[in-house]
Design a protein around this ligand. Sequence first.
Ligand SMILES: CC(=O)SCCNC(=O)CCNC(=O)[C@H](O)C(C)(C)COP(=O)(O)OP(=O)(O)OC[C@H]1O[C@@H](n2cnc3c(N)ncnc32)[C@H](O)[C@@H]1OP(=O)(O)O
Ligand SMILES: O=C([O-])CC(=O)C(=O)O
Length: 455
Amino acid sequence: MKYKKTSSIIREYTDSYSKLCTESCTVPKELYSQFGVKRGLRDENGTGVLAGLTNISSIQAYEEIDGKKVPCDGRLLYRGYDIIDLTRNFVQNRRFGFEETAYLLLFGELPNETKLAEFKDVLSLCRTLPRNFTRDVIMKAANADIMNSLTKSVLNLASYDPKAADISMPNVLRQSLMLISVFPMLAVYGYHAYNHYVKQESFYIHRPDEKLSAAENILRMLRPDMKYTELEAKVLDIALVLHMEHGGGNNSAFTTHVVTSAGSDTYSVIAAALSSLKGPKHGGANIKVVQMMQDLRKSVKDVKDEDEVKAYLLKLLNREAFDKKGLIYGMGHAVYSISDPRALIFKSFVEKLAKEKGRDDDFALYSSVEKLATQAIAEERKIYKGVSANVDFYSGFVYSMLDIPLELFTPIFAMARIVGWSAHRLEELTNVDKIIRPAYKSVAEEKKYIPMEER
Ligand SMILES: CC(=O)SCCNC(=O)CCNC(=O)[C@H](O)C(C)(C)COP(=O)(O)OP(=O)(O)OC[C@H]1O[C@@H](n2cnc3c(N)ncnc32)[C@H](O)[C@@H]1OP(=O)(O)O
Ligand SMILES: O=C([O-])CC(=O)C(=O)O
């Protein structure tokens, strides 16, 4: 034993004992229905267990026809305003929407010009990191997981905030505005550190420009020459608007409510929300979609042959291809059935951008996978409410057309969703003073203690 390398000893131990873990962890599936426990806090028909009330956004996936609840095209309303109207207006008026939507989500009303200008000024003032933070925190222990780097930075920011633990509304609002403003810097600089120290590329840090929108600053800080086209910045801005908020029940917003309800500080709450978002079944799906599509291209001889593509998708569902998790990423949703409105809005931009960037072939393949995956999942899984492409299906493709590296796909989601989390944290602090604490029924049998010498 003493000649073996430490790592192989530990691996052998964990390989063998993980079986014991699995055995002792397993709860027979039938007990869930026996005790009326909703797996994933979800009904069999896909509806979530009602866990809270919110004013921030509304997700509609069903309508009532003749007194019957039936699936319909999805709708998403931010503070009562349909995101279709919001995004259409930003495009028609050639206006950046991120800041205006952030104001709407945080304060519950559409800002007039004066209020919007004042809000943008405050965000600019907040867009500064503590002295030497990039050197002392962001550049340390760089790696490809920029979500972890972002989380590390958020937790470290607490050390520089003398009022880190103050959970009064004005202080939490101050912290929220600061985090909304600096998230792009934390993520993009984290990427540059990784690109330099791990990928051996050149290192540069561009400071944000106070006159620019969030989307423009992201591209400015990311690119070596700080240049971007208007279309690129506007597409990224729409992507941010579409990712900003999605109710209280999505995994990361619910995490925000849970950790806030324990009385934790803003930095800890947002670190927890980030840890939730990076999961491949949640915001991390945008990276998985692009990797899955790369694998599809490698595995399928003729991507125009629908039968071949469908066969690959069936292999995904049968855990025989890609990461063998049985999932087709970017498809399906916990609430939406017929459609996710964000995916539809995205698709119209993707088509335009793909033409401009000469990637019509890729667009055609995405469209074909979207159609065939819907059929394949419906055939292979028990779906009660229908399945369609979700917001993550096209987002990675868009980011790749904007030359945004894969490592930043989920962090871009976070740069937008920090607004929704902030609104939910403020809402939890305002309305609820109960710790969130659901019940778990124990199904373990009681045992009599066995002394060591008798085991
Ligand atoms: C921003 C966002 O978070 S959007 C979601 C991003 N995530 C992804 O794209 C990952 C792929 N999709 C999924 O894993 C799922 O669709 C989820 C996690 C989003 C929702 O899953 P559920 O809540 O279980 O959805 P639903 O109740 O409709 O699913 C019914 C069955 O179909 C399966 N299913 C749903 N979508 C998929 C999919 N894309 N691939 C394979 N199986 C799927 C579910 O696993 C479930 O099977 P089970 O009964 O054996 O557990
Ligand atoms: O609502 C969900 O479960 C996931 C989602 O689409 C989001 O958070 O944007």
